[in-house]
Each structure stands twice: as C-alpha cells, then as structure tokens.
Design a binder for this molecule. Sequence first.
Ligand code: NDP
Length: 295
Amino acid sequence: MAADIIDGKAFAAALREKVGEAARAFGDKAGRKAGLAVVLVGDDPASQVYVGSKGKATVAAGMASFEHRLPEATSQQELEALVRQLNADPAVDGILVQLPLPEHLDDKAVIALIDPDKDVDGLTDTNIARLANQQDGLFPCTPVGCMMLLADRLGDLSGRNAVVIGRSQLVGRPMAQLLVNANATVTIAHSRTRDLPQVVRGADIVIAAVGRPEMVRGDWIAPGATVIDVGINRLDPEPGASKGRLVGDVAFDEAREVAGAITPVPGGVGPMTIAVLLRNALVAAYRHEGLPPPK
Ligand code: NDP
C-alpha cells in the first residue's frame, strides 16, 4: 500500500492561521504589533526571494516586518552596528540575518551579536545550550517544523528509532537534539557513516537533511517508517524547459511504496519553515513583554 502523504502545506497554513490569531491577541495586550526584522546583505537571487516571502508572510500574520537590505559592499562594522541597533529597538522582537552572507563577512561573529531572546533562527550559542539543556528558548525553524509534523502523525515519539541524515548546525544537529529531548533513540548519520542504507533500515523515523537529490532509495526504508524529507534540490532542466524540477533527498516514488508516511517535495517541510519562523517571532514578542507565550 502506498504511504500516506504528509501535507506540510496544509499544516503550515493552519499554523499560520493560529499565529495570526495569537498576533492579534498580542496587539490587544501589548498595544503594538509583534515585529520581525530581516537583514539581507548583497543581491543573491535565492536570498532575495526568501527575504521577500518572509516579509510578506510576516505582514499577512498581522506582525510588523522590518526589512533591511544592505549592499554587497557592507562592512563587518556596519552590519554589526545594525544588529546592535535592532537588539536595542523595543519594536523588534525577532532578528533574522539571512545566510549565507557575502564571503568578506564573518557570519559567526554577526550571529554571536544577536540578542538570544530575539534569535528567531535559534543559531546563537545560548539557544544551542538551551536546546541541549531542555530549557525554553528559540530553536531552528526547520527542525521544529519537522517535529510538529512527526507529533501530528505519530503522537508520542518515546522509544522510537530515529535516524537523522545530516549534522549541520541549521538542521541535522538541532533535529537530533529535539528528537532525543522527545525520548526517541537517535542515530546521527553523515558523510562518514558506514553502510548508510543499513543504518536507515533500522529506523522508524527517517529525517533526510543532506542536500543530495534522491539519495535515499526506497530499499533503504523499513516498511511502515515515517519519512521526513528536508532536502530541496533543483535538478537540471529537461530539454526545452527553463527550470529543473525540485526534488528532495529521498527518491519519493520508491520510498512511497514502502514507507507508512512521507513528506513530499515541494509541499512538505518547506512551508513549515516560514510558519515556524512566524511562530518563533511571536513567542519572542510575548516573552519580550513578559506575557506567557501561546501554546
Ligand atoms: P549542509 O550542506 O550544511 O549539511 C549536509 C549534511 O549532509 C552534512 O552533515 C553532510 O555530512 C551530510 N552528507 C553529505 N553527503 C552525504 C552522504 N553522501 N551521506 C550521508 N551524509 C551526507 O546542508 P543543510 O543541513 O543546510 O541542508 C540540507 C538540505 O536541506 C539541503 O537540501 C537544503 O536545501 C535543505 N534545507 C531545507 C530547508 C527547508 O525549509 N525545507 C531549510 C534548510 C535546508 P558531513 O557533516 O560529514 O559533511
């Protein structure tokens, strides 16, 4: 029987709706809108698109969006001065610096400057430690979105065997930590892992966050497993087409024959990322005002 398709698009739309309601309630209580600042340096076309859609989604959720588009030639000092200004600005609850930064800039130094309570991407050392220590904080949007999809599908994750393929700061590591915090038994696989297919075969939950088109094959998947495909890869265009197809890190058609449930690409994890970003910004706003954040 073919796997159920996990509809991340619909889940994300419902989450955005909930965030919108909570944003209105915040406005009534705080007398101002929650505010998210997004900083983009340079003119990378993909980053321009991401920043544009984050801004639109922020406004659509009833929050204030502050976009700072800086020229490619921006210096480290200028960028750091902007982050300091946003840290001090009472109208700004969340700060996101769009990565990657141009090569001449030191992204680690910039991230380290962000007030951890405004760090909606969850990349500061403070939030990494809070995640490891199971304290309240702000955690990376994509893994949090994956956890929401898993909880919706599977309920309690206690004792489940999860394999996370990928160990980046943005996705793989926080994903593994969130799973362990939810009492799953977690294996982190990466480019040095031996016999990856066999490792994946032992998993009830497979999270693929690799960046390699359709690397995870159907015969790696245990029957009935839940497969969360984080990868977004654009294939070369077919002859005559202007753009190539988007595919995940999992060979969807094969895996679908074996898995119990699977996220599609597009329409799976991708839409969750922005929805969680809005949620993180709103949670930061509630905390900023000393109010209990919405569930
Ligand atoms: P990174 O390139 O930072 O990390 C990739 C990870 O995959 C690394 O840990 C690497 O291992 C591992 N890896 C690479 N090749 C192999 C291999 N052959 N076998 C096993 N592991 C391997 O990527 P990100 O974590 O930032 O992103 C991963 C994917 O998720 C990308 O496709 C990206 O576009 C997508 N993405 C999607 C988002 C969404 O909203 N849906 C958000 C963020 C990312 P090692 O550490 O050993 O090098």
